[in-house]
Design a protein around this ligand. Structure first.
Ligand code: BTN
Length: 242
């Protein structure tokens, strides 16, 4: 499989989408040392200095229509698993797919789907892991809510090994997904979840819902139990643990 390595790009997701439009095969990986315009979810920017692991994977799943939330789950599970198993850190997942250590974010996932009519469908899953990042060099508003592998372990880690292990875990789960075994991935997601069992607040635009997260369904939607005992199914939104 091809790996495209760059010193600096605007966004590895943008580079990967361009390659995908030009026919790059499934499994192509784009990786950069730093990003000038790293993209986060919901139009936010993603600060991507040297020392992080910033990568995007081109996928062409055999199930149509493409289910982006499911692929995003795979990336979150693969990242949490890697961080837990390789470094012994207490990594877990905040719905839908932020990887946290304790209550601080160490990794985010941004999945984008092809929107052009004149191309074969593709999906790009972008993963950002704060590997060897000095948290105190990040913008002050991020410092309380962000951590990095380096600050947890008090030493630099090998990003080569991190990325290798991550891709191995990701590929194994993606194969399961393509065989129709998404329930296996959900099982792992539930085991790694830091959201289930907690009081959460979900924000979508200007709307807020609060309740206890009691589970996720087979499509990856979060099930909330509100104070009055009713259940709400949340398909997307910003989740805060309270
Ligand atoms: C989030 O939690 O908001 C998602 C962050 C995703 C960041 C990664 S870094 C590699 C890839 N390229 C981007 O521009 N974004 C993703």
């Amino acid at each position: 499989k091809e790996i495209h390595y760059f010193r600096e790009v605007d966004s590895t997701n943008e580079v990967a989408k361009k390659l995908a439009r030009n026919g790059a095969p499934e499994g192509t990986v784009v990786i950069a040392e730093s990003q000038r315009r790293g993209k986060g979810r919901r139009g936010k920017k993603w600060i991507s200095p040297l020392g992080g692991a910033w990568l995007s994977i081109i996928l062409r799943p055999n199930t149509l229509p493409i289910n982006a939330p499911q692929l995003t789950f795979i990336a979150g599970v693969a990242a949490a698993q890697t961080i837990k198993n390789e470094y012994g850190l207490d990594a877990g997942i905040k719905w839908p797919n932020d990887v946290l250590i304790d209550d601080k974010k160490v990794c985010g996932v941004l999945t984008e789907i092809s929107t052009e009519i004149d191309t074969i469908d593709y999906i790009v899953t972008g993963i950002g892991i704060d590997a060897n990042i000095d948290v105190n060099l990040l913008p002050s508003e991020l410092q309380d809510t962000t951590t990095s592998l380096k600050s947890e372990l008090n030493q630099d880690i090998s990003r080569m090994i991190l990325v290798q292990k991550f891709l191995g875990n990701f590929e194994a789960m993606y194969d399961e997904f393509n065989k129709g075994n998404f329930h296996e991935i959900l099982k792992k997601w539930r085991q790694l979840s830091k959201t289930i069992g907690r009081q959460v607040e979900i924000r979508k635009g200007t709307e807020f819902v609060r309740g206890e997260a009691i589970g996720v369904n087979s499509k990856g939607a979060l099930i909330l139990e509100l104070d009055d005992g009713t259940l709400r199914k949340i398909i997307s939104g910003e989740c805060r643990h309270i």
